[in-house]
Design a protein around this ligand. Structure first.
Ligand code: DMJ
Length: 451
């Protein structure tokens, strides 16, 4: 063996040791899927024991949390139900479904975020109706859809951010593309299943109104007044407050065959790749620019932006999807768990928390589906081991306040059970669901394409 060859082998071994990412032959998919299921059950049992009837578990103090104190909307069971069904946890799923049907009050006197309630509750009720055919879930979805509709009564057709489910009172006139543009999959599915066009038409009008206000170079900003239609913040990126708007443009075409959405997606992705995409140290990133000039204003990227490789590969751009997932994974391995945000020029942490987010796992799942490259299984195993190592508690899973020190916080978000565990499970056990027959909403609730 030549000296050069030995050196190469040595440096490969060092790199592998530093990153400690398992090799493809070491990934036992069936065993990993079983572990993911067991960990999901651990988190669910903690919720049932300490927070049953409430929105979320606080797993350090072992207490319950409601988004609006005393007015629970059962966020965790509703978000977790289809994951239980996919994992074939039949007894738990039956009990959770009965609990939701009996106790979820979607008309109570509480002011809710139109976006959060749509992606978590409406998305789940519809997906679970399609999985179980329980008419009570569709009835609740319809009642919720009706309660949300008055939010769209604005001069532009774009909805207020908050609405009271009982009184219909709206608030927060300044919204953002994610909260305006991430409604069409759920409202459209409700229209389909009830044969009532108003839901689809209302959400589509809002989406089109937003798209029509893009800048001359084809970008949207971070905040917009839904009455005047004026932008109040021109920062353009693919992170929080904008992210899933782009996801839904593409998925609206995929789920409903809506060619206008497809065309809005194509013009948007061209602008994103021209102005927002960035290169640093040989890696692909998407940073922040001014929506009107395209001038770069920040070089930050974070755990929320890691949804984008999934959208890129779904849109057919495998090359950029692979490169961006590599970048996101380099953000994960920087400190053993991804932080909320880094500066990708200096590779330093700018927001140190980890909220149990699913996006990077979701992208690994999509990339594995499309490429069958074992690299994504290896990434998945590494991320799952890290999640267990740093975020597991005796009664569930919790957020990290700081990925550098690994200091834990006290919150188990419902999307851990809706998304993070589901995408890990599907990555290791892809035959649990026929990928091409569904479109996942942004909270990982699978909506059926066949109708
Ligand atoms: C989830 O509620 C959804 O994935 C949303 O699109 C973004 N934020 C969380 C997960 O990080």
């Amino acid at each position: 063996m030549s000296r050069m060859h030995l050196l190469c082998l040595a440096s490969t071994a060092i790199a592998a040791a530093v990153v400690a990412t398992p090799r493809a032959q070491d990934v036992n998919r069936a065993a990993l899927a079983a572990r993911v299921k067991a960990e999901f059950l651990h988190a669910w049992t903690g919720y049932k024991t300490y927070a049953s009837g409430h929105d979320e578990l606080e797993p350090i103090s072992k207490t319950a949390r409601d988004w609006d104190p005393g007015k629970p909307l059962l966020m965790t069971p509703v978000d977790a139900l289809d994951t239980m069904i996919l994992m074939k946890l039949d007894d738990e799923a039956d009990a959770a479904r009965r609990d939701i049907v009996e106790h979820l009050d979607v008309r109570q006197d509480t002011s809710v975020s139109v976006f959060e309630i749509t992606i978590r509750l409406l998305g789940s009720l519809l997906a679970n109706y399609q999985l179980t055919h329980d008419q009570a879930l569709l009835d609740k979805a319809r009642s919720l859809g009706d309660a949300l509709l008055p939010a769209f009564s604005t001069r532009t057709g774009m909805p207020y951010r908050f609405i009271n489910l009982k009184t219909g009172a709206t608030r927060d006139v300044v919204s953002n593309p994610a909260e305006i543009g991430t409604l069409i999959l759920e409202f459209g599915t409700l229209s389909r299943l009830t044969d009532t066009p108003v839901y689809y038409d209302t959400a589509k009008r809002a989406l089109s109104a937003l798209f029509a206000r893009r800048s001359k170079i084809g970008l949207v900003g971070e905040n917009i007044d839904v009455e005047t239609g004026e932008w109040t913040n021109p920062a353009s990126h693919i992170g929080g407050a904008i992210d899933s708007y782009y996801e839904y443009l593409l998925k609206c075409d995929r789920l409903f065959g809506d060619k206008e959405c497809g065309s809005m997606w194509r013009s948007s992705i061209a602008a994103l790749n021209k102005y927002v995409a960035d290169q640093s140290n040989g890696h692909l990133w998407y940073g922040t620019v001014d929506m009107n000039t395209g001038r770069r204003t920040a070089t930050t990227f974070g755990s929320l932006q890691a949804f984008f490789p999934a959208v890129l590969v779904l849109g057919g751009d495998i090359g950029r999807a692979r490169r961006l997932e590599d970048s996101a994974f380099s953000m994960w391995t920087l400190h053993g768990v991804e932080p909320e945000e880094i500066d990708y020029r200096s590779m330093t942490v700018t927001e140190a928390g980890y909220q149990l987010r699913p996006e990077i796992v979701e992208s690994a799942y999509y990339l594995y589906h499309y490429t069958q490259d074992p690299r994504y299984l290896e990434m998945g195993q590494r991320m799952f081991e890290d999640l267990v190592k740093y975020c597991r508690t005796d009664v569930g899973y919790t957020v990290l306040r700081n990925v550098v020190t690994k200091e834990q916080g006290d919150r188990m978000h419902s999307f851990l059970l809706a998304e993070t565990f589901k995408y890990f499970y599907l990555l290791f056990q892809p035959d649990a669901l026929d990928f091409d027959s569904v479109v996942f909403n942004t909270e990982a609730h699978p909506l059926r394409r066949v109708h």
